[in-house]
Design a protein around this ligand. Structure first.
Ligand code: UDP
Ligand code: MG
Length: 319
């Protein structure tokens, strides 16, 4: 008997893409079932992340028409990462392997076959990695690749050019469930789980309908979230910076004393003015970064639930 696959798809205001996405995913799943690669109990699980449009109505309708479509409904919008986690945790107890992907099918669904093959070959986590970003705008490419570089520089272990398109086995998901953090950055946590991993390369396409739900503002806060929840290096750099500035001020102090002893008048209110502002700015910046961590600690100590589910639609024929 082949293993059960669940494809988890977080959806936020995706009524424009759902009809097409569901048709394509269903065709993919049916082909895999026909080839006996996955069990007929495999499902496509759409997670509705508190959409304001008809997304949930569409998901319920799909489920009515064909049990291959399952649905999970969050009580409100919790953001991509939490919606994805809700889907993964819902699928964990029902599936042997779970693949996560975006609703806009920017990730090539034909990579699913290779992921499933690698799963049977013994991989517990298979990362989908973009082989090129030709279809992305220059701006998106530049900011996204810059983000991966900064992450690496700050010591956060992420897979280059891998978004949230990946396969995870049930035991890998059970590992993920042990990570209880509220400040969730899946891309950084998944590599910490361990086990044998594999990579499948694919071309990333354009969003075929609807708009990106990740405008620049969300992207920046996502990057900040990623860095501060994976690495404490920024705090260390602040310490280094403070030390450096102290050293510079000592050197300039000695320099001024020597100048004064030689009778040269100390003019230059400009230099005083500038340095006061520079140091003031640095102090505020440093406090801000430290505050970012303290805010995270605050959120973690409360241990609030990361998502709440209103209902789950999932049915299997009795056999
Ligand atoms: N998404 C979500 N909740 C949100 C924002 C986005 O579940 O608050 C989902 C969205 O429906 C899509 C995925 O996250 O399936 C990625 O979003 P999008 O394609 O807009 O991001 P981009 O590809 O532009 O980075
Ligand atoms: Mg997209």
């Amino acid at each position: 008997m082949a293993d059960i696959l669940y494809i988890v798809v977080p959806c936020y205001n995706e009524e424009a893409v759902l009809p097409e996405t569901s048709a394509r995913l269903r065709a993919k799943l049916e082909a895999l079932i026909a080839a006996d690669k996955i069990s007929p109990d495999s499902r496509i699980l759409f997670v509705n992340d508190g959409s304001r449009d008809r997304t949930w109505a569409l998901i319920s309708q799909l489920h009515q028409e064909n049990p291959v479509f399952s649905g999970a409904n969050l009580t409100r919008n919790r953001g991509h990462q939490n919606a994805l986690l809700a889907g993964l945790m819902t699928a964990k107890d029902r599936a042997d392997m779970v693949i996560s992907m975006d609703a806009d099918l920017q990730d090539d669904i034909n990579a699913v076959d290779a992921m499933v093959d690698q799963y049977y070959a013994g991989c517990d986590i298979v990362y989908g990695v973009r082989s090129s970003r030709e279809k992305d705008t220059f701006f998106k490419r530049f900011t996204a690749e810059g983000f991966y570089r900064v992450m690496r520089f700050l010591g956060a272990d992420t897979v280059f050019n891998h978004a949230d398109y990946r396969l995870m086995s049930r035991r890998a998901l059970e590992g993920l469930a042990e990570f209880k953090e509220v400040n969730l950055f899946l891309r950084g946590i998944v590599p910490m789980i361990g086990y044998t991993t594999g990579i499948v390369e694919y071309q990333r396409g354009e969003r075929f309908a609807g708009e990106s739900k990740y405008p620049l503002k969300k992207m920046l806060s996502f990057a900040m979230e990623g860095i501060t929840s994976l690495s404490t290096k920024p705090i260390r750099y602040i310490t280094l910076l403070g030390f450096l500035i102290f050293l510079i001020s000592m050197i300039s102090l000695i320099y001024s004393i020597v100048r004064w002893a030689n009778g040269a008048t100390v003019l230059g209110w400009a230099s005083v003015f500038c340095s006061v502002w520079a140091i003031g700015g640095l102090i505020l910046l440093s406090l801000g970064i430290i505050g970012e961590y303290i805010g995270k600690i605050y959120l973690e100590t409360k241990g609030r639930p990361r998502f709440l589910l209103k209902e789950v639609l999932d049915r299997h024929e009795e056999n």
